[in-house]
Each structure stands twice: as C-alpha cells, then as structure tokens.
Design a binder for this molecule. Structure first.
Ligand SMILES: Nc1ncnc2c1ncn2[C@@H]1O[C@H](COP(=O)(O)OP(=O)(O)OP(=O)(O)O)[C@@H](O)[C@H]1O
Ligand SMILES: [Mg+2]
Length: 247
C-alpha cells in the first residue's frame, strides 16, 4: 500500500511547483496508473515516494511506514524501475543482480530462482555474463525490471516502464504486473499512454502541472464523457491548460 499525502516539491531555481499538494493512495492488489503529459510531475512524485528525493512538504507512507522517518524499512518494501536504465556499465549483468541481491539481503536460492524466472521471460538469460555497457536500451530496462523484483517487493513502482520495450517484452511486463496485483501486491506505474492505462489499470490518477485533475476507476473516468466519447479526448481535455485558465 502506498499513501501519498500533500506531496509538494519545487526544484531549486524554479519558480513553479513541480508537484503541488499531491495526494494519492494505491491499495494492495491493484494496478494503479499515473498519467500526465510531459513535465506534469510524475517522475518527481515517484522519486518522492521511493525516497530518492525529499519533498518540501507532505508525506509518503509505504505499508504504513513513513519514507522520511524510516527510509530503509520503506525501501525494502518497494521495487523501483526508474525511467532511466543507466546502470553501472562496467559491471556484468549477473554482478549487478548479485549486488542488488546483497543490498536487499535476498537469499541465494531466491536470487537464483527469481533471476532465472524473469531473465528467461525477458530473453536476457544468456546475456547475464556480459557487461551492462554492451546492452541495448531495452536489455538494460529488462535487467532493471528483473533487479527490481529480486526481493519480491510488496509495492512495485515503475516509471514509464513500457518505453523502449519491444512488444513481446511489454506483454511479459504486463503479465507480471497483473500477476503481482492478483497476488495482493500494489503496482503503481506512470505512463503517457492512455491505451496502456485503459488495458491495465484498476484505478488511475491524471496529473497536470503537479496537481491531480482526476482520481478514480476507468468507468468513472469514462462517465465524464469526452468530446468524442474517447478516453484520449477526455485525457486531453483534463490536461488542457487553456480550458483550465478560462474556467
Ligand atoms: N532535476 C530537476 N531540476 C529542475 N527541474 C526539474 C528537475 N526534474 C524535473 N524538473 C521539472 O519539474 C517538472 C516535473 O518534471 P517531472 O520529470 O516530474 O515530470 P514527468 O511528469 O515525469 O514528465 P515526463 O512525462 O516527461 O517524464 C518539470 O517542469 C521539470 O522541468
Ligand atoms: Mg517522467
């Protein structure tokens, strides 16, 4: 369970709030989509909830643990797939996975089993002996996804996970997301793509200029009726700044 309350963040030298009093909760057993245009504040919010940056105000609680008060306990309960799979280029992929396994205190049996499961699923098993620097963007991302699941986290947080994945890998990723939610875990992911959200989410939030403009189920969103009845037009209306300013 992920509970964000009043998260606010202004970057140094910036006049505007990147995230502005944002509150959202992700329940166990659900896939929650976080949508918004470029620069809306999705990555900033995700960094605040994973403890990568400290918000100016507000709190993030992971399974009831406050990220600021007990960052290590909170982080143990999170698997985080960043939007930027730049990893240690000189490490071999297997070395990186072992490093992550050490950090999270994963037993060698669990490490082997989970590495084998996900690396096989993503077709990178034979590449684990190669250095990360030799990996393509998509392979790095698959490695990052595999690493994020080594400690079988209760909460899985993914920032734009489909970007850069080929259709087979994107399908595999979606299957894992569904399986984890079905097993009672929380899955929280950001995307620009309404179609992905439409297929995957139990609930979603739409963020624009650091503020939530919608939270609810897909059915609730559809009930709002976009201009041509499509979710895409609804999404564009919700993040349309000209409409907001004239309102
Ligand atoms: N390190 C930083 N320093 C200064 N400003 C930043 C920094 N990171 C993000 N911002 C600004 O904060 C705002 C929110 O950015 P953020 O990366 O959170 O958006 P996003 O929703 O993830 O966008 P995208 O869809 O492009 O990934 C933007 O105006 C961005 O320019
Ligand atoms: Mg982002």
């Amino acid at each position: 369970m992920i509970e964000l309350s009043g998260i606010t963040k202004t970057y140094a030298k910036s006049a505007v709030k990147a995230v502005d009093d944002l509150s959202v909760s992700v329940r166990d057993g659900e896939i929650f989509g976080f949508l918004g245009p470029n620069g809306a504040g999705k990555t900033t919010t995700i960094k605040a909830l994973t403890g990568v940056l400290r918000p100016d105000a507000g709190s993030a609680r992971i399974d009831g643990i406050d990220v600021a008060a007990d960052p290590i306990a909170a982080k143990r309960r999170i698997g985080y797939v960043t939007d930027n799979p730049e990893l240690f280029a000189r490490l071999k992929a297997a070395e990186y996975l072992n490093f992550v396994g050490d950090v999270y205190g994963v037993s060698s049996a669990d490490r082997r089993a989970r590495t084998s499961e996900y690396a096989t699923l993503f077709g990178i098993k034979d590449a684990l002996g190669a250095s990360i620097g030799s990996f393509s963007y998509g392979m790095k991302q698959k490695l990052l996804v595999t690493a994020s699941l080594l400690h079988d986290p209760q909460n899985w947080v993914l920032d734009e996970p489909m970007v850069g994945l080929d259709p087979k890998a994107a399908f595999a990723l979606k299957e894992i997301m569904r399986a984890r939610a079905a097993a009672g875990k929380a899955v929280f992911f950001s995307t620009h793509v309404m179609e992905v959200a439409e297929k995957m989410c139990d609930r979603l939030a739409i963020v624009n200029k650091g503020r939530i403009v919608f939270t609810g189920t897909l059915a609730e969103l559809k009930a709002m009726q976009g201009a041509d009845g499509s979710l895409e037009s609804l999404f564009l209306e919700l993040v349309d700044d000209s409409a907001e300013e004239s309102a």
